[in-house]
Design a protein around this ligand. Structure first.
Ligand code: SF4
Length: 407
């Protein structure tokens, strides 16, 4: 097995630190300028500097999306911004515009230039073209099967980055005008309104063809590529990327924690059993995903890989608390409540680089050691007995017995 980078998203500093603590090799973020997903771009230059310094302590890297397709008037301030990113300790920029790539090479040569998936890169000739223009890596289009990926890898002279998990565009990635058409918000300049996921009424010759309860939407199921990770590592893909800069801290922790364990097991043993792979997929399904499909890894998605009529994403309420301390004398864990929970429930704690561990929450106490019948105030500090130590930065979720769609 070859080493592979685990690349996680982060929408703010808290999520960046969570991704790094839980084992991401690199984190991609958006600054406030020149980034495609403007709503997910919360990083000031000061935040970027702090994030890059934090990541460095863990041997991790920070990539910054500078991936808008700028119009002439958008270019002002670009060279100052790229210079500042380099000074902040950023490792790479992800960009789609040759104007931004060229400028980076001139004014900030220490920054690696990664060509964004917005280029819909589907062949090695295109990858090698970007190498000739000075690019250091390409992010491949999601619309490639495993065998196509293998062929691209065999003939490509650049390291390749591949999406492994998260939301899929219903449109051919990066070639969508829906948002522009419906809202005048330019998806290629940071404004995608996710119009594909809206509810639509369909008419045939003026007659509605469904009732109000089954409005139509074009949402796709989420990608889960864990089962293909062994092949991706064998073929020498440089980096696997989790989608979702808008996603929660819990989502990022759950996914990074699980993919980290899976990659480490593959590096150590060369393979995982089918049973263990099922376990990894069940762990991944504990984050707030939509139902899963396998994207394009096994071929063009079919009707069952879409969510016609439902959005499917939801807050599960499984994530109930953060561990902020552990008193080893009193054997009490100090928690910050995130979602309501009661005494008597079965829970699971997971911490960076530690496997999840199940236990029963026998009692809940407030900070003055008064017993509580429930923990129902988000952000309240409570204590629970625990015979085993819990690490700071661990998270606790309810154990819910339910079947999810894991393909
Ligand atoms: S509207 Fe939907 S399909 Fe189009 S870019 Fe946005 S997320 Fe992708």
């Amino acid at each position: 097995m070859n080493q592979i980078e685990l690349l996680a998203p982060a929408g703010d500093l808290t999520r960046l630190k969570t991704a790094v603590r839980y084992g991401a090799d690199a984190v991609y973020i958006g600054g406030k300028q020149f980034s495609l997903r403007s709503r997910a771009s919360n990083f000031s230059l000061a935040d970027i500097k702090e994030g890059a310094a934090f990541a460095k302590q863990y041997g991790a890297k920070v990539h910054v999306t500078v991936n808008m397709l700028p119009h002439e008037e958008d270019l002002s301030g670009l060279s100052d911004y790229l210079t500042a990113l380099q000074e902040c300790g950023v490792h790479a920029i992800i960009c789609a515009s040759p104007a931004i790539m060229m400028c980076a090479k001139q004014v900030a040569p220490k920054l690696e230039v990664h060509v964004s998936t917005q280029h819909s890169l589907t062949n090695s000739a295109a990858a090698n073209y970007w190498k000739s223009k000075g690019a250091d890596r390409v992010v491949l289009a999601r619309e490639l099967t495993l065998s196509q990926l293998k062929e691209v890898k065999e003939h490509s002279e650049l390291p390749l980055e591949v999406f492994i998990h998260g939301g899929m565009c219903i449109s051919y990635s990066g070639r969508c005008m829906l948002s522009n058409h419906m809202t005048l918000r330019d998806a290629n300049r940071g404004g995608c309104a996710q119009s594909c996921r809206w509810k639509y009424r369909l008419y045939d010759n003026g007659k509605p063809i469904h009732d109000e309860a089954t409005l139509f939407s074009m949402s796709s199921k989420d990608l889960m590529g864990a089962r293909f990770l062994p092949e991706l590592m064998q073929m020498g893909i440089a980096s696997v990327k989790i989608e979702g800069r808008m996603k929660s801290t819990y989502y990022i922790a759950t996914l990074v924690h699980t993919y980290r364990m899976l990659i480490d097991e593959l590096l150590e043993n060369g393979s995982v059993s089918d049973e263990k792979m099922d376990w990894y997929c069940a762990q991944l399904a504990k984050a707030e995903n939509r139902p899963f499909a396998t994207g394009f890894f096994q071929g063009v998605p079919k009707a069952q890989d879409h969510l016609y009529g439902i959005n499917g994403a939801g807050i599960s309420g499984e994530y109930i608390a953060d561990v902020i301390d552990y008193d080893s004398e009193q054997k009490m864990a100090v928690l910050k409540v995130r979602n309501k929970f009661d005494p008597g429930i079965k829970a699971e704690v997971f911490a960076p680089h530690e496997p999840p561990r199940q236990f029963v929450i026998s009692q809940i106490y407030d900070e003055e050691d008064m017993r509580l019948e429930t923990a129902n105030q988000p952000m309240r500090i409570v204590k629970i007995p625990s015979e085993f130590p819990m690490s700071k930065h661990a998270m606790i979720r309810k154990v819910i017995d339910k079947k999810r769609q894991i393909e």
